[in-house]
Unconditional design. Sequence first.
Length: 247
Amino acid sequence: MKLPRSILLQVLSRSFLLQASWNYEQMQSLGLIYALTPAFRRYYTGAALLAAYRRHLEYFNTHPYLATTVIGAVLKLEEQVQQGIDPGFTVGEFKSAMVGPCAAMGDGFFWGAMRPAAAVVALLWAFHGSLWGPVLFIALFNLPHFWFRVQGLIKGYGGGVRVVSTLQRWHLSDLAIYLKQTLVVLLGFFAAVIAAKATDNLDAGGAWGLCVAPLVLGLCTLMRRRVSPLLVILASSLLLLGWFQLH
């Protein structure tokens, strides 16, 4: 029984409330069941529905932005069970194997890289007196994670256990490293702006300093894990010196 888009949309909307109810023993399990309910009501009825709820009333704790990848795959596995297909493992075993990696990748990318990078860009915008700084932060941070939520559910439900390959292709760990490297450069650039503003030395030459930023950011994006972080710090220092030279 393939789920219609309206049901998947309900599951997606409910996934935003994954953390609305917590408990110390099962963590996000109640939020997971709430998100799965629209689909489960099409899969099961009566005692079978209650049994499905009890099966998923177990420990579940992962990053909320990547939870839809697990939810989508769980729906596909439940659908395959209804069709008599044996994947070779239980749905609970699949969830247990997925929650840890999704939590680690999500924490590193969204909390450790995406959020501070969006904050620094918004601060740069707000520092020049624009009231759009908070709006820019909300957009820069929320639009990417909304994309991951939607794509996670689509890829998870469409591919089932193959969603693991999708997560690998996203390279979130590598993207987190690139963003953190870029963040170092942005902080150096922000320090230059503050210093120039504090000395009343911020004039038209600053526009030329901005031209240097994309070049440095592009070089840092090309850096791999094997490159020392000191090179990134050096790049931000050169940007800072270049700023003052242009003044």
